[in-house]
Ligand binder design. Structure first.
Ligand code: HEM
Length: 144
């Protein structure tokens, strides 16, 4: 990600974060309406789950200039996801709903450029959770 993308993400996250509890619940309802097969993987409270998800997003957004510092945490999170029954193709389903909720909340501020930048953030998180070294090299932060 380049500096402009990081700035776009960090600026838009300030607006997005203010709706976080509501947003994260709508986000999961969206996931389950398009992918009902994922619902049984979740055994806990969805509102709490949404808050935990957004906390990781927030950690990543705040670490975009220093992703290396959070890679071990993302790896561990990814390993736990394997135990939850999560498979690599599930990340695409979550990505779709994540972009949907951002679009809903940021409305006209959600330009194509902002969408792309957020796509990169999600991919950075997902690729590192999945532990794919090659993809990580491609997706890691750079200042060009
Ligand atoms: C950006 C990607 C993701 C992030 C940041 C994320 C974050 C989290 C966090 C923070 C937890 C709390 C438990 C823990 O720390 O181990 C969690 C649990 C969980 N996540 Fe994710 N997750 C992501 C992707 C996914 C995907 C793709 C699935 C597939 C459906 C998924 C399914 C689950 C399940 C089933 C649990 C356990 C819930 C329960 O016990 O009720 N997550 N996730």
């Amino acid at each position: 990600m380049n500096e402009r993308q990081i700035e776009l993400v960090q600026r838009s996250f300030m607006r997005f974060a203010s709706c976080s509890v509501n947003c994260s619940t709508s986000f999961f309802l969206h996931v389950f309406s398009f992918h009902p097969e994922l619902r049984p993987l979740f055994t806990g409270d969805i509102e709490r789950q949404g808050i935990m998800f957004m906390k990781v997003v927030s950690m990543a957004v705040n670490s975009l200039y220093d992703m290396d510092s959070i890679l071990p945490a993302l790896r561990e999170l990814g390993k736990r996801h394997i135990e939850y029954g999560v498979q690599p193709h599930h990340y695409a389903a979550i990505r779709e709903s994540f972009i949907w909720i951002l679009k809903r909340e940021l409305a006209e501020g959600f330009t194509e450029e902002v969408e792309q930048a957020w796509g990169c953030v999600f991919d950075l998180i997902a690729v590192n959770m999945m532990g794919n070294e090659m993809e990580h090299d491609k997706a890691s932060t750079s200042s060009d």
